[in-house]
Each structure stands twice: as C-alpha cells, then as structure tokens.
Design a protein around this ligand. Sequence first.
Ligand code: SAM
Length: 271
Amino acid sequence: MTSAPASQSYVFDPVWEKETERLRTNEAIWDPGTLERLAALGVGPGWNCLEIGAGSGSVASWLADRVGPDGRVLATDLQTDRLGALARLPQVDVVRHDLREEELPEAAFDLVHSRMVLQHLPDRAAAVARMVRALRPGGVLFLEDTDSSTLFRSFLSEDFLQDVRAAGYGLMRESGHDPRGGHVDLQLVLAAGLEATAEGRAVMVRGGSDQARHYMLWLEFMRPRIVGAGLLDDARIDAALADMADPAHHWLSQVLISTVGRRAGGAEPGR
Ligand SMILES: C[S@@+](CC[C@H](N)C(=O)[O-])C[C@H]1O[C@@H](n2cnc3c(N)ncnc32)[C@H](O)[C@@H]1O
C-alpha cells in the first residue's frame, strides 16, 4: 500500500472545514444498526478485521474494542488524519489506501467491512474482487451502501424536500455517486461467487437532531454546486435548512442496504 493521488471521483471534499462533523453526524445515523449487525456476525476476541474507508473511525474503534489484544484491526482511508487516536491503540494499524487502485493483504482477514464507500467508486467490481481476495477462507465481507429513493419521505407532504434531494443527488450522480449503490453491492458479491444475503434499514430523523445536522451539512456542502448549476436558488436552500432544523419535522433517511457474503472454506473466524 503506497501513497496515491487524492481521489478525483469522491464527491465530498476531505479537507472541507466541516467534513469531520459531517462524518461524525453520519455515524450518529448509522452506527447503531451497523454495530448491531457486526455483533450478530460474532465479531469477537482474536478476529483480524479490515475497515475500508474508515472515515472518522467510530466503526474501527468499536472493532478494536471487540477484537481485544489478541485481534487486529486495519483501518484504511484516502484521508487518515482523522484516525490518529485510533492508530495509537496497539491492536490497530491505520494506513492510507486507495481502494480504486491499490491492493490489500491477501487471504488475511476474518472480516472486511466498508460503509458508504463503494458506491462512490467507478470500478466497483474490481474493488469487490480486491476485498474478496483479502478475506481468508471462511471470512465475512460486510458491505453497506444506500438506496437514496426514500430520503426525506415525510408525513408533512408528498414533496417535502424532494426538490432538494433531486438536485443534490443528481449532481452527486454526475460526480460518480450511485444512488442505488446498495443494490449493486449485492449483485457484485453474488457475482464474485460468495453466498450472500442482504437487507435494508432506514432511520426516522427528527429535525434539529445530530442526525438532522448531517443532512444540513450535506446541503451546506452541496449549496454552491446546486445554486451554481441553477437548480435551486439560495432562498430555497435557506428554507430547506430551516425545515431540517425544526424539531417538529420528521423524515426518513436513505435505506442503508447491508450485504453479507462469506468466502467458502476455512474455520470459524477468529480461530
Ligand atoms: C461517506 S464517508 C463514510 C465513512 C465511514 N465509512 C462511515 O460510514 O462512517 C466515505 C469515506 O470513504 C473514503 N473514501 C472515498 N474514496 C475512497 C477510496 N477510493 N479508497 C478509500 N477510501 C475512500 C472517504 O475519504 C470517506 O472517509
């Protein structure tokens, strides 16, 4: 794993001054379900885990705690500055790695997990093949990516924030983000020859919460792009941000699709 040029395809800016907060509020939405599923997979003492695109590190940190001193966690990302505290744990390695073009250790891991990374990449089949090669026989591949069609669905009205969703996700799509990424994950894992299952979950977000803040930061980041493209004006963005800040409002998140595949052969993970 060597240094590589910064991602051209990743839609978000890793050095935007609010990017750490955007990642943390994303964790506030999705961590409970992710950690529940990792626990159900049996992740425990002695496991060797790979967390790809670790972001600000909450899942890798949970894994480190779970595998204990006899296990290992490798946390990778294009931008590893946020993973400094994690890197100080004895059972953790943090490495800058570009999943698009750099190889991973082969047949090494009991678990490879990646959330909301794959759906940003141009050649996802190659990335999945790389992840499968990184699994030892019997190891588990756990991918999480979204279907964004439910985002902002609300009791309030049929069209609540739907213009904002269409504008923002339309531009993200032009930058390489796949709004149906979770569906693609399942197909790619099956095509790679793994036995796989998948299910989806959505979160009901309350306006003004930490979870709502994530969508406000998303819109703040997208604002100059949306306005610059002439899709919506500043007054509409201000009104949408006010709606998102209002605790009287509730809306549905994207559906996060969890795909779990297991590489054939081998003993139970962690043994
Ligand atoms: C939407 S964030 C998700 C972060 C974290 N996985 C989570 O769910 O909390 C996507 C992460 O993937 C990283 N990323 C984007 N492209 C990548 C690539 N080609 N290789 C490795 N990481 C990448 C970004 O730097 C960012 O930390």
